[in-house]
Structure formats: structure tokens, C-alpha cells
Design a protein around this ligand. Structure first.
Ligand SMILES: [Zn+2]
Length: 333
């Protein structure tokens, strides 16, 4: 292990176990952000998946570590704490987008360790075969759906003026995955129409990528999981005019109210993007709280409409001490 990483892990551990660290975290809450839990750790390890994907072994390792150092509570226990006091810092898990693997791979482990979680749904995807562009384009370019599909998509990328870098195929696995990650990031500036067109070029998979409403109700019925909105179409809210912003917010809110018994009063911005106008609209749609992607510890004094979270990658889940290092840094800012 690199010295730098070892130092981070050690100081992170010291922080959680020192009086200073415990004092700083007392009464505070930590909100974690995850996306997918894949069926294999090996698959989650590659750079282009690492950010959004965690493998089952790493996820289980993370849960065991969290239970050792934190009170694992529901999101509302952090946002609207009751009177029960505890010396230990509180932590809660949130999942973005509404991936089907949350039910298949994450939930059995949440249940095993009795750790509550919140899942934020991009509601147009739930119960539909509509696919997330990032996943479809990324995996098709990776070759997960065969060479023919890959070549066809590469052609299409050329047509929208975003050719795949020439040297891509000559790289070794690790570097190719890293190059793919950068390339996918660069596609974020494409118009939604172009992204849809590219996604349509990708082959259909046998299963939809997102949860369906039956799974949502099953998870909710367990009492361990609650749901909130993460946009309807996952459009970046800051880029929408007032009319479309209103449509996104009300469509996602209505879908949650129809599909769940007890939807959360918390909005979760797609990509975390928000500004004063978006926050005002979210408040007008009866959401007193909203989650961003800025990093920080929740102390009850933050803007409730732009709450900070800590992202969890496969690397962090495998080495949760890295998380305590980030908490330590977050506590100082
Ligand atoms: Zn998202």
C-alpha cells in the first residue's frame, strides 16, 4: 500500500478514536452517497465503474465498519433528530438514481445488518425500460455487449462530433477503463437529445436497469428503506427554464406520492446541481430539505436545501478508514 494511503488510513482511524474527533462529530450527522451495488467486486473495481459502483464484499465490509464506529440511522433521524441522545456520531446511507441492483444486491445486506437507507428515484425510469445513458454508453464502449454493438456506437459518436480517442484500443485494461471514465465525463456536455440518440444505439439488455414500483413497495414495506425523488428524467435542474423545472419537480413528486406510502420530504438534485432559483422551486414544491453533492458534515446549521454528502466509491468501501480521513478533513473546513 502506498505510504500516503497508509497515512490517511491511520490518521483517519486516530481521528475517529480520539476525544477531539469524537467531540467534533458529537451531535453531527454524516450522509453517505452511493449509487450501485454490483453482483461482483471485480467488476466494481475498474476505474470507469469505481465511482458509482460498489461490490457486495466491499459493501458488506463498509456496513460492518460503519456499525462499529457510528449509529446507523435513517436520514430523517439526522434531519429531524428526536430526543434520544447518543455519544456516537450518526451516519446514514443514501442511494441515487434507483438502480435495480439496490434491491437485488444492496438490500439483502442492509437487512442482514439492519442498516436503514434512503433511495432517490429518477421516477421516469422506475418500472420502465428507459436506460441511464452513462451505463448504456459506458458498457457498450467497454465491449460488454459485443464488438458489433461497440463499433456501431463508435460510428454514432463520430456523427455527433465526439469521436472516441484513437489510442483507446491500444491501452491496457486499467488505462482503458480510466480513459473511458474521462470520455464519459466529457459527454456530459452533450444535449439530452444527443445522449438519448446514443443510448438508443446501445443494445437492449434482458433486464431493465431501474427498480420497478413493486420492488419499491417491497423495500418500503421492510421498514428499512424510504424513497424520495431524484428528478423525473434525471435532467440537470439548473439547465431547465421555469416551466420545465416545474414539470420535472411535480412529475417526480406525484410519482413518489402515487408509488409509495411514505415518501421522504427530501429532494435529491440530479448530479447535485442546484442554484438559488432551483432551491426556491424545490421549496415551493413542499420540500423542506434537499441533498446536493458538496462534501461536508451535517451540523443542522447548513442550508437545508443543499445538504452535503460524502460519496462512497469501491475504493472507499474497501478501505473505510479513507472515509474517516475525509471526515477529519471535512470537520476542519
Ligand atoms: Zn443521479
Amino acid at each position: 500500500m502506498a505510504i500516503k494511503q497508509l497515512l490517511k488510513r491511520t490518521s483517519g482511524w486516530l481521528y475517529l478514536n480520539s476525544p477531539v474527533g469524537r467531540n467534533q462529530l458529537q451531535g453531527a450527522g454524516v450522509i453517505l452517497m452511493l449509487h450501485r451495488v454490483l453482483a461482483s467486486d471485480h467488476a466494481a473495481e475498474l476505474p470507469h465503474r469505481n465511482e458509482l459502483c460498489v461490490g457486495p464484499k466491499a459493501f458488506e465490509h463498509l456496513l460492518v465498519w460503519l456499525k462499529k464506529h457510528f449509529d446507523c440511522v435513517s436520514l430523517m433521524d439526522i434531519l429531524q433528530p428526536g430526543t434520544v441522545r447518543s455519544d456516537r456520531p450518526k451516519i446514514t446511507l443514501t442511494f441515487d438514481d434507483g438502480w435495480r441492483d439496490n434491491a437485488l444486491n444492496a438490500f439483502p445486506l442492509l437487512q442482514k445488518y439492519q442498516v436503514p437507507a434512503s433511495i432517490f428515484l429518477s421516477t421516469d425510469f422506475i418500472g420502465s425500460r428507459q436506460r441511464f445513458w452513462w451505463e448504456s454508453i459506458g458498457e457498450t464502449l467497454w465491449g460488454s455487449h459485443g464488438e458489433r454493438a461497440r463499433m456501431q456506437l463508435i460510428d454514432c459518436l463520430r456523427q455527433v462530433g465526439r469521436p472516441l480517442p484513437v489510442a483507446f484500443d491500444e491501452l491496457d485494461v486499467e488505462r482503458r477503463s480510466l480513459a473511458l471514465l474521462h470520455f464519459l465525463h466529457s459527454l456530459k456536455t452533450l444535449s439530452p437529445a444527443d445522449l438519448n440518440r446514443l443510448t438508443d444505439e446501445c443494445p437492449d439488455e434482458s433486464l431493465p436497469q431501474a427498480l420497478d414500483w413493486q420492488q419499491v413497495r417491497m423495500l418500503e414495506g421492510s421498514g428499512l428503506v424510504r424513497f424520495g425523488p431524484h428528478g423525473a428524467s434525471h435532467a440537470i435542474l439548473t439547465g431547465l427554464d421555469d416551466q420545465r423545472l416545474h414539470e420535472e419537480l411535480s412529475r417526480s413528486r406525484d410519482a413518489l406520492h402515487n408509488g409509495c406510502n411514505r415518501p421522504l420530504p427530501v429532494y435529491c438534485y440530479p448530479n447535485g446541481d442546484n442554484d438559488a432559483r432551483v432551491r426556491e422551486h424545490v421549496a415551493d414544491h413542499d420540500y423542506p430539505f434537499a441533498l446536493g453533492t458538496g462534501t461536508g458534515i451535517y451540523r443542522g446549521t447548513d442550508d437545508p436545501l443543499n445538504l452535503p454528502r460524502f460519496g462512497v466509491s469501491q475504493r472507499v468501501a474497501r478501505n473505510p478508514q479513507l472515509l474517516s480521513w475525509r471526515l477529519f478533513r471535512g470537520a476542519r473546513t
